[in-house]
Design a binder for this molecule. Structure first.
Ligand code: 5GP
Ligand code: ZN
Length: 116
């Protein structure tokens, strides 16, 4: 059930434009509007889940599929060998701003080693 007040649900439905780079029946990937690296994608389930905390055991295959998509996109965007980072900010201390589960795929430059 898409949430009408959720930015990423609206992007998944095409109601808010985005630079979409991948779509299947369960997952989309689009460019982050404020890229922090030459490659900065957001990979999300179409299903509205607020964060990783919302994922049930039954939904774990969906997350496994999503990581397969991330791995293939990293390869297609030529960062598989140079290296990349996958991040999911969760909750207030995690710095999560958008309340729809998303995974940042960052690459194309040497990223800051600091992660905390
Ligand atoms: P987080 O919730 O993990 O802190 O990050 C949310 C990310 O979503 C940010 O990197 C931000 O730039 C991105 N973002 C927020 N609103 C939009 C939007 O409307 N379109 C796109 N493409 N990215 C967005
Ligand atoms: Zn949503």
């Amino acid at each position: 059930m898409p949430m009408s007040d959720c930015i990423f649900c609206q992007i998944a439905q095409g109601k808010i434009p985005s630079e979409m780079v991948y779509e299947d029946d369960q997952v989309i990937a689009f460019k982050d509007i404020h890229p922090l690296a030459p490659v900065h994608l957001l990979v999300i389930p179409k299903l509205h889940l607020r964060s990783l905390n919302d994922v049930t055991p039954e939904q774990e295959p969906l997350i496994a599929h999503l990581f397969g998509v991330i791995r293939r996109l990293a390869s297609e965007l030529n960062v598989a060998d140079s290296g990349y980072r996958v991040v999911t900010n969760t909750g207030a201390d995690g710095g999560q701003v958008v309340g729809h589960l998303h995974f940042h795929l960052l690459g194309g430059k040497a990223l800051n080693a600091e992660i905390g």
